[in-house]
Design a protein around this ligand. Structure first.
Ligand code: SAM
Length: 196
């Protein structure tokens, strides 16, 4: 997959990805209202166009993105760390510390069902108490993602499913307690990167 090319759809007004961005940003704005100086993680952040324009003063963010040119595009923001690393390895996040908001946008459609479940079950290692996760998944497969969150100690805060589009966007809040991070934990592998 050429992920730089994938991002080009964002530039097409009215495209599914452009519409998805609007919805994701609505979910982010709402989540940000729950935290005074939020700490955010974006897994597989792409060029960060969803979160970077919305960061309030005092926020800290970690963006993890494997493609070097996309990671490069995300550079240049105060209090934002960009790691050009494998976001499927929990070690990529550990020095940043816990986050109030984790973005997993464009991730769950690219990994196995087992990895979707494993990632969601592992999120309490990354989140602060009451932390929120904003995620995307296309179509009916979003039901599985919602089930995984429900079975892993999360409450659904919002779910957007436009009738005329395939994308789905959810926000879930962790009601379970955070768990101690276990270095070396594997969250996911992208299906097109068996070697990563
Ligand atoms: C579907 S795009 C989503 C990008 C962004 N989150 C968005 O919604 O616009 C998937 C992104 O994951 C990145 N990616 C793929 N495998 C990765 C990995 N193992 N670690 C970090 N990023 C990865 C790709 O380079 C690409 O930017």
């Amino acid at each position: 997959m050429n992920w730089v090319q994938w991002h080009e759809e964002y530039g097409i007004p009215g495209s599914s990805l452009a519409r998805r961005l609007t919805v994701v940003q609505d979910h982010i704005r709402t989540a940000l209202q729950s935290f005074v100086t939020p700490r955010l993680i974006s897994m597989c952040a792409g060029d960060g166009r969803d979160i970077l324009p919305l960061l309030p003063a005092g926020a800290n963010a970690l963006l993890v993105e494997l493609d070097p040119s996309l990671a490069q595009r995300a550079q240049g923001h105060t209090n934002v760390v960009i790691r050009n690393e494998d976001a499927g390895a929990i070690d990529a996040y550990l020095s940043f510390g816990r986050a109030d908001i984790v973005l997993a946008c464009g991730v769950f459609g690219n990994v196995s069902a087992a990895d979707v479940r494993r990632t969601i079950e592992s999120l309490p290692m990354l989140l602060s108490p009451g932390g929120q996760v904003i995620w995307t998944r296309a179509g009916d497969e979003s039901a599985f993602v919602r089930d995984c969150f429900a079975e892993s100690g999360f409450d659904e805060v919002a779910f957007t499913a436009p009738a005329d589009a395939k994308f789905r966007v959810g926000t879930h809040r962790m009601s379970a307690a955070p768990t101690p991070p276990i270095p070396g934990t594997r969250l996911f592998r992208f299906l097109d990167q068996s070697s990563v």
